[in-house]
Design a protein around this ligand. Structure first.
Ligand code: SF4
Length: 357
C-alpha cells in the first residue's frame, strides 16, 4: 500500500505501520527444530492520525490483539516498521525503547488479570511514576489523586485493593495507570469485552472524554462492531493476519467493499427498524484456515463467495480504490478498470443462488 491508509494530508500520522509481521515459530521433535511458523500478523500497513481513533476489528484469532502488542513492542516484531512519534519502535535499542515507553501505553482487556491483587489502587496507578520519574512521594500522590479524578474514581478508595471494586471501576484503574505518564498513543485491547453490557458504554464514554480533553490517539481493538461504529473514526477489518479493508467508519458500515468485510458487517443489527427489516445476513461457509498454513493467493479464497481463479494464485495488494478507502481484493482492481460487475451485484447474485444467506 502506498501511503498506509492515511485519508489525507490534513492531519499528520502519529503512528505509521509498514509491512508489520509477527510470526511465532513452531518447534517439534526432541531436538526442538523449527518446523514452521504461525503467521499471526503477516504484512500489515496503516497510519493512525493525531487525535484519531482507528478501530481494528475481526474474528477471534485474526491477529488484531497481536498487532496491538507488536506495535508497543510487547512482542518483538518479525519484520516491518512501526513509527510512533517519528521513531521506529520496532528497531529501537532497549534504552531508547524505555525512554519512549511513556508516550505509548495499553489498556488491557481483563482488568481483573491486569491489576496486581496485592497492590493498592494508589500503588497500581503510581507504578509507572516509580519506574519513569524521580518524583518525591508527595508529588506522586498528588498525581495519583489527579488521575483518579480524571477517570471518575473516588480519592477515598486510593488505599483499597482491586478485588474491592466492580469490573467497570477496575477498568478505570487500568485507564488511570495508562494515563499516568501523559501518553499520546494508547492501544485499547478489547477494553470493554470483560465488562457487563450495562457499564460498557460508561467506559467507552470515558475513553472518548479523555481523548477530547487530552488529545489522545487510540487504536481500539474490538470484536464488538457496534461499539467500534460508535467510537472509531476509521476502521480496519482484519482477516487471518492481514487487513482486508480500511475505510472511514461511515463509508464502511454503509457500504463495505471487501467480501469479508461485507459478511462481517452483515451481522451488525441496524438501529433503524426499516433498515433492520431488510438486513441480509451473509453466512460464510467453512472455517478460518490455520495461520500456520494460510492459503496461497488471497487468504480469504477458501471462504469467499466471489472467489475467482486468480484469487487462488495471486495475493491481492491493499490498494486505495476510492478516496480514503483501501481494499485488498482482485474484484476491486477489475471494478476500477471497468471490466467487471460491481461486487455488490455479485453478492446479490450469490444470495439468490442460496450460496450465502
Ligand atoms: Fe474474494 Fe478473490 Fe477478493 Fe479474495 S481476492 S476477497 S477471494 S474476490
Amino acid at each position: 500500500m502506498a501511503d498506509g491508509g492515511s485519508p489525507g494530508a490534513l492531519r499528520k500520522p502519529l503512528v505509521s505501520v509498514r509491512g508489520l509481521k509477527m510470526h511465532f515459530p513452531i518447534y517439534a521433535g526432541i531436538l526442538r527444530r523449527k518446523v514452521g511458523a504461525v503467521k499471526a500478523v503477516d504484512g500489515v500497513s496503516f497510519d493512525i492520525l493525531e487525535g484519531e481513533t482507528l478501530g481494528l476489528v475481526g474474528e477471534s484469532g485474526c491477529g488484531k490483539s497481536t498487532v496491538g502488542r507488536a506495535l508497543l513492542r510487547l512482542y518483538e516484531p518479525t519484520a516491518g516498521q512501526v513509527v510512533i512519534g517519528g521513531e521506529d519502535i520496532a528497531s529501537l535499542p532497549p534504552d531508547a525503547l524505555r525512554r519512549k515507553r511513556p508516550m505509548m501505553q495499553m489498556v488491557f482487556q481483563d482488568p481483573q488479570a491486569s491489576l496486581n491483587p496485592r497492590m493498592t489502587v494508589a500503588a497500581i496507578i503510581g507504578e509507572p511514576l516509580d519506574e519513569h520519574t524521580d518524583w518525591d512521594e508527595d508529588k506522586k500522590t498528588a498525581r495519583v489523586y489527579e488521575l483518579m479524578d480524571q477517570v471518575g474514581l473516588n480519592r477515598r478508595f486510593a488505599n483499597r485493593y482491586p478485588h474491592e471494586f466492580s469490573g467497570g471501576q477496575r477498568q478505570r484503574i487500568g485507564i488511570a495507570r495508562a494515563l499516568a505518564l501523559n501518553p499520546r498513543f494508547i492501544v485499547c485491547d478489547e477494553p470493554i469485552a470483560a465488562l457487563d453490557v450495562s457499564i460498557q458504554a460508561q467506559v467507552v464514554n470515558l475513553l472518548e472524554d479523555l481523548q477530547d480533553r487530552l488529545g489522545l490517539t487510540y487504536l481500539f481493538i474490538s470484536h464488538d462492531l457496534s461499539m467500534v461504529r460508535h467510537i472509531a473514526d476509521r476502521v480496519a477489518v482484519m482477516y487471518l493476519g492481514q487487513i482486508a479493508e480500511l475505510s472511514p467508519r461511515e463509508a464502511l458500515y454503509a457500504r463495505p467493499l471487501h467480501p469479508y468485510a461485507r459478511a462481517l458487517l452483515s451481522a451488525v443489527p441496524e438501529a433503524d427498524p426499516t433498515l433492520e427489516a431488510t438486513r441480509q445476513r451473509i453466512i460464510l461457509k467453512g472455517d478460518v484456515p490455520s495461520p500456520a498454513n494460510p492459503p496461497k493467493g488471497c487468504n480469504f479464497c477458501t471462504r469467499c463467495p466471489q472467489v475467482m481463479a486468480v484469487c487462488r494464485d495471486v495475493e491481492p495488494e491493499l490498494a486505495e480504490v476510492e478516496p480514503g478507502r483501501f481494499v485488498a481484493c482482485h474484484l476491486m482492481a477489475m471494478d476500477t478498470a471497468g471490466g467487471h460487475a460491481s461486487p455488490g451485484a455479485e453478492v446479490r447474485e450469490h444470495n439468490q443462488q442460496g450460496e450465502v444467506k
